[in-house]
Design a protein around this ligand. Structure first.
Ligand code: GDP
Length: 305
């Protein structure tokens, strides 16, 4: 189960460890947004581009070797852009929007896009229904996730996070089937509130995870008292949690039987075990593809122990 850039690093490691065809990646759509009338699914695209090995490695999103001519030309009509959409990337959004308008489901279109990029893993949204993440920051009205994350660069103290539509969303059938049948279900090191929250907030997926708990492994996105990147630490603090892997483990204790934290946080192994989870320490900072692959091996081996 995956959000965007953090998850994609892990998924890449996994794809180097097991045959891509054995992987189902269930992806967050709470960050989806419409720009210039185009339906943009940032996390789905980040996962797809990463698995296709065409991602822009620096930022970890978008396509390698992009130009931004169309975005520049759009400034004439829409003013200064704050969301980066490259020229080649726009083709993906045009295709997705066109197919959705024709009545295809998001899961169908996602599979089509992945196939056209040569991805052999199954990439799927958690739901074909609309789930949208909104963030309330101190002193400001509630805003859609991308405004908080990209436009405002996640400044400010987070007061609430709202996942609109999650309570009534149905899971994508393939996602439900996958959780029920997979040898291992891995919650990638993603933001627990805004990346994994919109997935596990879907009732049937949550129930399926609970039933599969012994096969579910979660990896901490908090390392050494902070996020490796992004606002997960601020969100934990703002929502009244401590900023530690233990706080993440508490969020997942019902869903995951095994929890992986970083070697640097080994002191939390026993407290995590105290929550009734198996706990493992590993090198979780995926600075290279090789390190991501060894983390993937550790995670998969943990079930065999
Ligand atoms: P993003 O917001 O698009 O990056 O998507 P995600 O929600 O998938 O990933 C964000 C989370 O991944 C953040 O909380 C990061 O701390 C975490 N993260 C990013 N890179 C790494 C890494 O190499 N190791 C670990 N353990 N966590 C990471």
């Amino acid at each position: 189960m995956a959000g965007g850039v953090g998850a994609a690093k892990f998924v890449r490691g996994l794809a180097l460890t097991v045959d891509q065809r054995r992987l189902d990646v269930i992806v967050n759509t709470g960050d989806d947004e419409t720009f210039y009338g185009l339906y943009v699914s940032p996390d789905l695209d980040t996962i797809t581009y990463t698995l296709a090995d065409v991602v822009n490695r620096g930022p970890g999103w978008g396509l390698a070797g992009e130009s931004f001519n169309a975005l520049g030309a759009l400034t004439r009509f829409y003013g200064k852009p704050w969301f980066g959409l490259g020229d080649k990337d726009l083709a993906t959004h045009l295709y997705r929007t066109d197919r959705l308008r024709q009545g295809a489901s998001l899961s169908r279109v996602t599979a089509e896009i992945a196939r056209r990029f040569g991805v052999r893993a199954s990439v799927m949204p958690a739901s074909d229904d609309q789930v949208r993440t909104f963030v309330k920051v101190k002193g400001l009205p509630t805003m859609p996730f991308q405004q908080y994350f990209v436009k405002r660069r996640f400044r400010g103290a987070v007061e609430t996070i709202e996942l609109k539509g999650v309570a009534t969303a149905s899971p994508c059938p393939a996602a439900l089937r996958s959780i029920r049948q997979a040898a291992a279900v891995i919650i990638a090191p993603s933001n627990p509130f805004v990346s994994i929250g919109p997935i596990v907030g879907i009732k049937k997926l949550r129930e399926a995870l609970r039933s599969a708990r012994d096969r579910v492994i979660a990896i901490s996105p908090i390392v050494g008292g902070k996020s490796v990147k992004g606002p997960a630490d601020r969100m934990l603090r703002g929502l009244g949690h401590e900023v530690s892997p233990l706080a993440i483990a508490r969020l997942y204790r019902d869903l995951a039987g095994t929890f992986v934290l970083d070697n640097i946080d080994a002191k939390y192994l026993e407290p995590v075990r105290g929550l009734g989870m198996r706990a493992i320490a590993a090198d979780t900072v995926m600075a290279t593809a090789e390190r991501a692959a060894s983390l993937a091996s550790v995670v998969l081996d943990s079930l065999a122990r």
